[in-house]
Ligand binder design. Sequence first.
Ligand code: BTN
Length: 320
Amino acid sequence: MMHEQWLRKRAIIKSLAGGEFVSGEALAHELGISRAAISKHVASLEEFGVDIYSVKGKGYKLSTPLSLIDEQRLKAQIKGRCFYFNDINSTNAFLLNHVNELSSGDICVAEHQSAGRGRRGRTWVSPYGCHLYTSFYWQFSQGMSQAMGLSLVVGCSLVSVLRRLGVDGIGVKWPNDIYLNHKKLAGILIEMSGQADYECNLVIGIGINLSMSAAQADKIDQPWSDLSELSQQPDKTELMIALQQQLVSDLSLFESQGLKAFKQRWREADLFDGKVVKLLMGDNSVEGICCGIDEQGAILLDNGNGIKAYVGGEISMRPL
Ligand code: BTN
């Protein structure tokens, strides 16, 4: 789609950001286009997942508030390049396709993903403007064997950033989910290319739920949360800037000192620390008290006969 068409759509969203109904006529006047053109843009935004009420006689209204990235401000405030898109297939796919031209710290950010990827081959629902979709590039000197630990580092980075921006009730679930009030708020998908034990290209994809509409929520098959219920919402651009900076500093720390530098931060953020958990691994499962992580990033469970480390699986909380 032409850049100019996106500028109009963005202008419509900004006019509706106040949360009130705005008439088609007022929008048409403001943008200097016809009411019919406004109605086409609205219909197209709806195809990109924006939930807009349109009521005869009243006009248009966003069903949930949403904010868009301020591209200029973002680019001015990060070291490293930013590739910003209104629409892309997947920010992870974009960076993976350009690894040879990237430097550590470069990011890709999009307002909509047509083929957002989740872990385990799932799709990541990515309606326009509603959430934060970003990927971060890092050239990693230590090869893929360290990757398990990496996702835990990124979890710690996310927790630090969100807490610093005033979000309470944030925690991690091993190995890489971020929870708010015990429901999933953000996901991490790390993809790599390169040699197994030599320099490799890391693409760290992060999706953070900011403002979910009811229509989009129906497509999600697990309990979720977003930041819209908070009294004070972090600014989306601010969040992106803080996240990029935190990742640069945490990944450098991880490269120089390994996962041991994060052990304490992980335990403080771990929602399951000291709790009885059940770890599901294919058809098998084990139970034990969760006692943090080891230096490879494996989860440590105490089953009464000592502490054992596990690297695979999904945690599920054992019902009391
Ligand atoms: C998960 O399943 O928990 C991981 C979700 C990761 C989603 C993000 S959104 C930005 C980046 N681009 C993608 O295609 N996926 C990741």
